[in-house]
Design a protein around this ligand. Structure first.
Ligand code: NAD
Length: 249
């Protein structure tokens, strides 16, 4: 399958977990990809792992500060310069915490909102400018199932993901005229390092609440991104696509 042949993508939080799976499935479908991380060391490690699997992958690594408009614009320009176009922006980097409101530090709340919301704004703005110039593109955001149901602790995280849905639906309406589609994927519990480290006593009751009887694999989520990034989704915009096994927790 080469659903993204000739396309160029930038993926934030691409060094591990869901982001890494998105990078891999995009590369396997013929895209050129810039994977972004917060540290050069983890970016280099992810690049080496990918090149080991396929030395022909067209992939580069970057670590712009996602909250700095100038750094993000330079990163977008560097990707365009290297690969010749800028077609797909994936805003995937995110952090979460589960503190109670009674002990939640104001600065921790702000920090979560900064990466999960402000960075999505910053990267979407730079991406939209480049895409408008070339006649169109696709912006994709990683939301979460908690953007639909909330969660009983760590209020910044669900609040930030509600905002991601708001950015998605609003930018879809604003940017449609420029041929830019904007969608989000809302994963349920997904088997990244953090989830894999959970003890049996925690994970088993969790699985019992999921109708499909298992947690999601990063590839389950990445395949939804692949569909939304591809021309198969050419008339799909403003959507938050749940990939959660019908979990309702
Ligand atoms: P992860 O913790 O495995 O990876 C997070 C990524 O974000 C890393 O690549 C890291 O480099 C990057 N990152 C973290 N802080 C950063 C910063 N300050 N600047 C730039 N990059 C930074 O996460 P994951 O579980 O793969 O989650 C990826 C996305 O999926 C997040 O938006 C998360 O909210 C969402 N999500 C995850 C799950 C899940 O169960 N894993 C469920 C729903 C939604």
């Amino acid at each position: 399958m080469e659903l993204l042949k000739g396309k160029t993508a930038m993926v934030t939080g691409g060094t591990r977990g869901i982001g890494y799976a998105i990078v891999k499935v995009f590369l396997d479908n013929g895209a050129s990809v810039a994977l972004c991380g917060s540290r050069q060391e983890t970016v280099d490690k992810a690049l080496a792992k990918l090149k080991e699997q396929n030395p022909d992958y067209r992939v580069i690594g970057l670590c712009p500060n996602l909250l700095d408009p100038k750094e993000v614009e330079e990163a977008v320009a560097a990707v365009k310069e290297k690969f010749g176009s800028f077609d797909i922006m994936v805003n995937n980097a995110g952090v979460s915490a589960r503190d109670s409101i009674y002990s939640y530090a104001q600065e921790d709340f702000v920090r979560t909102m900064e990466l999960n919301v402000n960075a999505v704004f910053c990267c979407s703005k730079a991406a939209a400018k480049a895409m408008k110039e070339q006649g169109g593109g696709v912006i994709l955001n990683t939301s979460s199932m908690v953007s639909i149901y909330g969660q009983p602790a760590g209020v910044a995280y669900p609040a930030s993901k509600f905002a991601v849905n708001g950015l998605t639906r609003s930018l879809a309406r604003e940017l449609g005229k420029d041929n830019i589609r904007v969608n989000a994927v809302a994963p349920g519990v997904t088997k990244t390092d953090m989830v894999e480290a959970l003890p049996k006593e925690v994970i088993e009751p969790l699985i019992a609440t999921i109708p499909l009887g298992r947690v999601g694999e990063p590839e389950d989520v990445a395949n939804a991104f692949l569909y939304l990034a591809s021309d198969l989704a050419g008339y799909v915009t403003g959507v938050v696509l749940s990939v959660d096994g019908a979990a309702r927790s």
